[in-house]
Design a protein around this ligand. Structure first.
Ligand code: GLU
Length: 309
């Protein structure tokens, strides 16, 4: 076994007990059923080597990580100017599904969600993805994930989708506020696309390859430029400023690696020109980040000196 793989095994062993300190997301019943003890990490290097440790539970849903990909597609479709006319570039310091700032900005002339990594921003971004039908639009998002990860089997987990759709009162509220402010038009279709992209399923190694693709400014593991360099730079910057919910500032200081988490307990990380990392650990802290995942990334960054700062 190579040194890297041995090291990843040590990290998993060291932080396995942290899974007891959190629990899977409860607000989506299908996610609440995830195994709280699951913990796995995969790293894929720029040389194309794959190292893994822990037990990956097979496919899991991207949840908020999908916001990164949907932003990539919308930026490729419409360009930077059009996107940032509709959605801001600033971190919020609030939970991902907060309604608070929406109300606060209500009196202003140009209203827009603060950034594309919070739910309101991601919904606006969803509404900007091109395609004649809902199916065409979601397939275009899935296609980019297949290109970035090299896995043609990426698919939607329809039971997680149904489960989220049935319990999404807060997201519906957000979407209807966005409609009232004329930030989105077709509210039901936008919500559908939002739920479907959250339920796209990947494996740990797919996440690592997605991270690698970003780490290589849009080139996938085979060296193919699958997203423009300028788009990769923008999304990596959002990962630094808003990728870890309202814990992004602390994460930047303690870890210092562009990363995005999802409430499935997944984390994708991009270590510039070195490697991509995928982690799954469904036990979450109160901010919605994988407890063990955070500790693993903190140690990895410190012990290998990987902070970009
Ligand atoms: N399905 C989730 C929601 O909007 C995505 C959230 C997340 O991973 O942060 O509630």
């Amino acid at each position: 076994m190579e040194e890297m793989e041995r090291y990843l095994h040590r990290l998993i062993t060291r932080h396995r007990s942290a899974t007891k300190e959190g629990k899977p997301a409860q607000y989506i019943p299908e996610l609440a059923r995830q195994n709280p003890d699951a913990l796995a990490i995969t790293a894929v290097t720029t040389e194309g080597r794959t190292y893994g440790a822990g037990e990956c539970p097979g496919y899991f849903t991207l949840q908020s990580i999908a916001k990164v990909i949907t932003l990539i597609v919308a930026l490729m479709d419409r360009g930077e100017e059009a996107i940032f006319h509709q959605v801001g570039m600033e971190p919020t310091g609030d939970p991902f599904d907060s309604l608070y700032k929406m109300e606060l900005t209500a009196g202003e002339k140009l209203r827009k969600p603060l950034n594309p990594m919070i739910n309101a921003g991601a919904m606006v971004v969803c509404s900007l993805v091109r395609g004649n039908t809902l199916d065409e639009r979601i397939q275009r998002i899935i296609h980019v994930i297949k290109e970035m990860s090299g896995n043609p089997e990426v698919h939607i987990d329809w039971s997680v989708y149904e489960s989220e759709r049935e319990t999404a009162d807060r997201n519906r509220a957000l979407a209807y506020i966005l409609k009232e402010y004329h930030m989105i038009q077709r509210v039901e279709e936008t919500l559908e696309l939002y739920f479907q992209q959250s339920s796209i399923s990947v494996r740990c190694e797919d996440l690592a390859r997605i991270g690698l693709c970003l780490a290589q400014n849009g080139r996938n593991v085979d060296g193919k430029q699958v997203i423009p360099e300028s788009v990769a730079r923008i999304v990596k910057t959002f990962m630094v400023t808003c990728g870890m919910y309202d814990q992004s500032g602390e994460f930047a200081i303690r870890v210092g690696i562009p990363a995005k988490s999802g409430v499935s307990g997944s984390i994708v990380a991009a270590i510039p020109f070195r490697m991509g990392i995928g982690i799954i650990g469904p036990a979450l802290n109160e901010r919605g980040n994988s407890v063990a995942g955070l500790r693993i990334l903190r140690d990895l960054s410190m012990e290998w000196n990987l902070s970009i700062f």
